[in-house]
Design a protein. Structure first.
Length: 234
């Protein structure tokens, strides 16, 4: 849910900067009620099994516990559908909003060179202008990659919960695959922010080469630059 909130925040700040600044630029306390509401809502939904509305049971292959996806009691169905709706709603927000943001960033880059004024041409070809264009493309790519990764990680999991609840298409292997993809998202998500930045990729490659150099007892040549020099190099 926090990823969906961050996506909406990014969308609002980029596409409606004046409105965003008017509401949150000078008085950041306005955002706190919304954050408190989201926090309390998440806590309440998470502790529903503690009140006996649904049971937490071992899930195939008995490697983790979660609420019973097949619970057919009225309270159990309510809990399952609340979680399913939360998942699909967050997925929809993340994918749609991030796609809009990425499209906006790409269009902004394409529109800038069409400006006819001499000052705009100078700004676009200056080092600062080139760096700004590079950062815009980088952000557009990162936004799309994060959205796709999040969707691929969570969609199957949410679909399998819904399928088990309505009693159609039972498949334990797909249930397990969905759970593994969902768990894998927490591992791959931070890595995406590294591999999508060229300086960070170069730094990681330099660290790997240094490790291989020492593991092979210096049979493999060591990097010629330090980590700071590698990251700073263009």
């Amino acid at each position: 849910m926090i990823v969906a909130v961050m996506s909406v925040d990014r969308y609002w700040a980029l596409l409606y900067p004046f409105s965003y600044n008017r509401h949150f630029g000078y008085d950041k306390w306005k955002i706190y009620p919304a954050l408190v509401f989201i926090f309390l809502y998440t806590i309440v939904v998470s502790v529903l099994p503690l009140f006996g509305l649904v049971k937490n049971v071992p899930q195939y292959p008995n490697s983790y516990c979660m609420f019973d996806w097949t619970d057919d009691s009225p309270s159990g169905r309510v809990v399952v559908y609340i979680n399913v709706v939360n998942m699909f709603l967050c997925l929809f927000i993340i994918v749609v909003v991030n796609a809009i943001v990425a499209t906006y960033m790409l269009r902004l880059r394409r529109v800038r060179p069409r400006l006819s004024s001499r000052d705009s041409e100078i700004a676009a070809t200056s080092p600062a202008g080139v760096q700004e264009c590079r950062l815009e493309i980088q952000m557009a790519k990162l936004t799309l990659v994060v959205a796709v990764a999040f969707f691929c990680s969570w969609f199957l999991f949410a679909t399998r919960i819904l399928a088990n609840q309505i009693g159609g298409w039972p498949n334990k292997d797909l249930d397990y695959l969905g759970a593994r993809l969902m768990t894998f998202n927490s591992v791959i998500n931070p890595v995406l922010y590294i591999i999508m930045r060229k300086p960070c990729r170069k730094g990681c490659w330099m660290i790997i080469k240094s490790g291989v150099h020492y593991v092979t007892f210096k049979m493999v040549a060591a990097p010629t630059m330090s980590l700071a020099e590698t990251v700073a190099a263009r």
